[in-house]
Design a protein around this ligand. Structure first.
Ligand code: CA
Length: 645
């Protein structure tokens, strides 16, 4: 009897052991992938029910998959059509998902002529949030821009990945990897939030399996994979979650214009026209000579120019950005679908609070309008900002939704980037005061707002990952840096600050050098002598600047006047410039004073704002100021006053 009991408990133990193991392995399967595919690729890897657009186009890649016939037996799903490509290793499947379809997994069966079959398990998920709840960034936000490789290295074990081509890791070289990662950003969400930022824009973190220069992320070689050197998909989701907990938004940097030369599809392009200049590329790809590639002429004005030649237009839109970045042909409808679905997949996967789209005037502009339109149709409260790197407001305004463009172009793009004001602010602060130079540059720059459909939806900045550090541009003058930054944060705009600008990071050794602009944030690496997160070892100036930014942003966070108030400014006068933001009872005054010697300004000039007799508070020092008769400006710099106490 005892023996029997022992055998029974042994059997029970074994049964329990195996059931646990099974559960464990099931759990792993669902974590790693939604399917048990043997196919090389099915993209998007899964999808959702409940979109406005109920069609889905799958890209399927596998040896000879193009000669098979796909079928699905799942309620509410119909294969409308499938398309073969030039390469037999691709199949594109058009699926309609009707309202009877429920979330779940199902098999797609691929039947070959000899009646052999391959199956792939695909999943349709329920959407986790309502379409309306995907709220994009706007002028109530302040965005912190980060180059992830250079911000903080939380996990040294992922710095080098043996499966990827670029294994350089050298913090002394601005063009090699430094090891920063997504977890590094997540670890410092508190720091970013305490500074008063409400959104984070990391430059791209998808795989860049390039032999060199892969750290910047703009040469994507897999649109559905997080670069393992930045972490995992779970790390990306965790960053999004941690930001959400603090009511902050994650903005994803996407690239529709080009991919990296080592993108997996470059070895077996599905169609003849997947990338521009493809024939030439395919003829020469074995000896890809960097000197003979048809590069973009970078003549972005051809998108608007009434007199532009076809040759120049083609040169801008169809030339390769650089020799290592093949120019995608968005006029190919399959590629167009691929990019649109990829953007939606990431919005839904991460619960994004916005997209930043790279090199906006380079892809096919009709496609870009369709792309933005497709996203805004699914997420009516979403925001996208497009990069038009131009100092000409005419061009910046052209790309913004609602612009009255002569050619009828409607971009569907909510936000553009304010390169013109960036330059105006730097020049305006740096230049001496004469009739046509100095503060008048800022005054007239802001006056250009009459041209924009919605100025407050434009993103303004003083520096970014491509433009030289503002502290260097302002000749390392702390007072000037404060003037410029505080003014920018008062503008009717969405402000963006590049990581490290709050601690006066510079690129003085070689102004504009990309590697140097993207210097490591001090304290992000084990053993760093200076730690800007804790303040340890920071110079007095840097600490002061950090607190300055913190004070302004935390005020701005709750300021209806700055976020969406009326704007009034007065022409520069005796080396000073006054900007007012007004909403209800709240008036915020920003004053720039360039005079080295004390000066008294009669306040009668500003009477129309209605501040006479009111006591205002300096938001940096907390000091009170009675707005009456005159203001004495004792030193060069900027002052921010508010009626809100
Ligand atoms: Ca790392």
């Amino acid at each position: 009897m005892k023996l029997f009991r022992n055998i029974l408990s042994l059997l029970l133990f074994i049964a329990l052991f195996f059931s646990c193991k099974n559960e464990e392995s099931l759990k792993n399967v669902s974590e790693v992938s939604v399917s048990n595919t043997t196919l090389e690729r099915v993209e998007p890897p899964h999808w959702w029910i409940g979109f406005e657009n109920n069609t889905l186009q799958l890209l399927v890649k596998d040896d000879n998959i193009g000669v098979s016939k796909p079928s699905i037996n799942y309620r509410g799903l119909t294969i409308d059509k499938f398309h073969t490509a030039r390469s037999k290793n691709y199949l594109f499947i058009d699926i309609t998902i009707d309202e009877t379809a429920k979330a779940g997994k199902f098999d797609i069966t691929f039947t070959f002529d000899d009646n052999s079959k391959k199956t792939h398990t695909y999943e349709l998920k329920n959407r986790e949030k309502s379409a309306e709840s995907y709220k994009g960034f706007d002028s109530s936000d302040a965005i912190y821009l980060i180059t992830p490789d250079r911000f903080a290295n939380a996990d040294e074990s992922n710095d080098i990945n043996k499966k990827l081509k670029d294994q350089s890791l050298d913090r002394t070289d601005g063009y090699k990897r430094h090891g920063g990662d997504l977890q590094g950003i997540t670890n410092h969400v508190d720091y970013i939030s305490d500074l008063g930022f409400t959104a984070v824009w990391p430059t791209p973190v998808l795989t860049n399996n390039m032999p060199r220069g892969s750290y910047h992320g703009y040469a994507i070689t897999d649109y559905y994979q997080v670069d393992p050197r930045f972490g995992t998909m779970e790390d990306y989701k965790k960053l999004a979650d941690e930001l959400r907990k603090k009511d902050m938004k994650l903005i994803m940097d996407q690239v529709a214009n080009h991919c990296g030369l080592e993108h997996w599809w470059m070895k077996d392009l599905p169609f003849d026209d997947w990338v521009n200049d493809q024939e030439y590329y395919e003829k020469n790809k074995e000896n890809w000579n960097q000197k003979i590639v048809n590069r973009s002429n970078h003549r972005r004005t051809t998108n608007q120019d009434l007199y532009a030649s076809d040759a120049d237009k083609k040169g801008n839109n169809e030339g390769w950005f650089v020799e290592t970045m093949p120019d995608l042909n968005q006029r190919n409808p399959f590629l167009a679908n691929y990019i649109i679905q990829n953007s939606i997949w990431w919005i839904e996967t991460l619960g994004l609070g916005g997209i930043r789209q790279d090199t906006y005037p380079y892809p096919d502009k009709e496609f870009m309008s369709n792309w933005a339109g497709a996203i805004m149709k699914e997420y009516p409260n979403f925001s996208i900002v497009g990069e038009e790197w131009s100092y000409n407001p005419l061009l910046v305004g052209y790309w913004q939704t609602g612009a009255k463009n002569k050619d009828g172009y409607e971009s569907n793009l909510k936000s553009t980037m304010d390169f013109p004001m960036q330059k105006a602010i730097i020049d305006g602060i740096n230049e001496d005061e004469y009739w046509g130079t100095g503060l008048v540059k800022i005054y007239e720059g802001l006056a250009n707002d009459f041209h924009y459909s919605t100025p407050k939806d434009i993103m303004v900045f003083l520096d970014n990952h491509d433009e030289g550090r503002m502290f260097t541009a302002l000749n390392e003058d702390v007072t000037k840096a404060k003037m410029a930054l505080s003014y920018m944060l008062m503008m009717p705009r969405i402000p963006q600050v590049y990581y490290g600008t709050e601690i006066l990071m510079d690129d003085t050794a070689n102004h504009g050098d990309h590697g140097l602009i993207r210097t490591d944030f001090p304290g992000g690496w084990n053993g760093d002598q200076v730690n800007a997160f804790t303040g340890a070892g920071l110079s007095k100036d840097k600490k002061e600047m950090q607190n300055f930014v913190k004070s302004i942003l935390n005020y701005r966070k709750n300021s209806a006047a700055i976020q969406g108030g009326k704007t009034i400014h007065f022409a520069p006068f005796m080396g000073t410039y006054f900007l007012f933001r007004v909403k209800g009872d709240e008036t915020v005054v920003h004053i720039i004073n360039k005079n080295e010697k004390p000066i008294t300004i009669d306040l009668k000039r500003y009477a129309e704002v209605g501040l006479e007799g009111k006591t205002l508070k300096n938001i940096i020092t907390g000091e009170a100021f009675l707005w009456k008769d005159a203001i004495q400006l004792s030193e060069k710099g900027s002052i921010i006053l508010t009626t809100k106490h």
